[in-house]
Write a protein that binds this ligand. Structure first.
Ligand code: SF4
Ligand code: SF4
Length: 233
């Protein structure tokens, strides 16, 4: 899932300076699961913003609460199309993709982010989320026993540990396990340590963010009239 956390209340309130009517929109998928942008969080944030405006400025802030199942797909935004015109701004409790999808769909309205988007990860324990993938575009998990050296090794090493690992912990942050310690242990358990002896060539980061903004085009899924064209903006 995409993991995000709420911005500080003061920062959100500052974004709303000059606004009288705001639509706060949650998202029913990733950010609901990580307790940052679901219905309860929308309600709590809306109440806090109303109270803050009233107490600090002595005037009301009207905040209407709304939820969509996914902010990152056009069709789920359509139910907002009529009401959105009535507001000075939309406060999105979606991830950065959701905020941008709203901004593209409703270019005449100010769309503001209430969350900071952090990473792609999983809830590893109650109340703990950990990064697991950076979307590098050329997955190597087949070689590393399902443990990602891009997102879980602080130095993004591909040919074994850095030498600073102590007792299975990462030298950059001892709170974290050393990814390469885990990779080796997993390889031992799977009987594949020999495969780790092969030298991995330098990674081609062109498939990652280093190659610029990325997109995926599936010609077989495109409308017949658009097949073979470049696509996108
Ligand atoms: S190797 Fe790349 S695609 Fe695979 S999990 Fe790691 S970052 Fe994600
Ligand atoms: S200690 Fe392990 S996880 Fe940390 S940087 Fe070195 S190899 Fe990577």
């Amino acid at each position: 899932m995409i993991v995000a956390e709420k911005k500080p209340l003061d920062a959100i309130a500052r974004m709303l300076d000059g606004c009288g009517r705001v639509l706060a929109v949650g998202c029913g998928t990733c950010v609901t699961v990580c307790f940052s942008g679901g219905g309860k969080e929308v309600a709590t944030l809306a109440a806090s913003l109303r109270m803050k405006r009233r107490m600090e400025e002595g005037k009301p802030l009207e905040v209407t609460e709304a939820m969509v199942q996914r902010q990152c797909e056009w069709e789920y935004l359509e139910p907002l199309a009529e009401q959105i015109k009535e507001y000075d701004a939309v406060l999105s409790l979606g991830c950065g993709v959701g905020v941008q999808t709203l901004a593209e769909r409703f270019p005449a309205t100010r769309i503001l982010p209430a969350l900071d988007t952090l990473f792609m990860g999983l809830p590893s324990a109650q109340g703990v989320w950990e990064e697991r993938c950076q979307g590098c575009g050329a997955c190597v998990l087949d070689k590393t026993g399902g443990i990602c050296p891009v997102s879980r090794c602080a130095k993004q090493l591909f040919n074994g540990p850095c030498g600073g690992s102590q007792n299975g912990r990462c030298e950059v942050d001892a709170a974290l396990p050393c990814a390469w310690h885990m990779i080796w242990e997993r390889a031992e358990a799977l009987g594949m340590t020999e495969s780790l002896m092969a030298i991995e060539a330098p990674k081609d980061w062109a498939t990652s963010r280093d190659g610029g903004p990325r997109r995926m085009v599936r010609d077989d899924l495109r409308l017949p009239a658009e097949q073979g064209q470049e696509g996108g903006e």
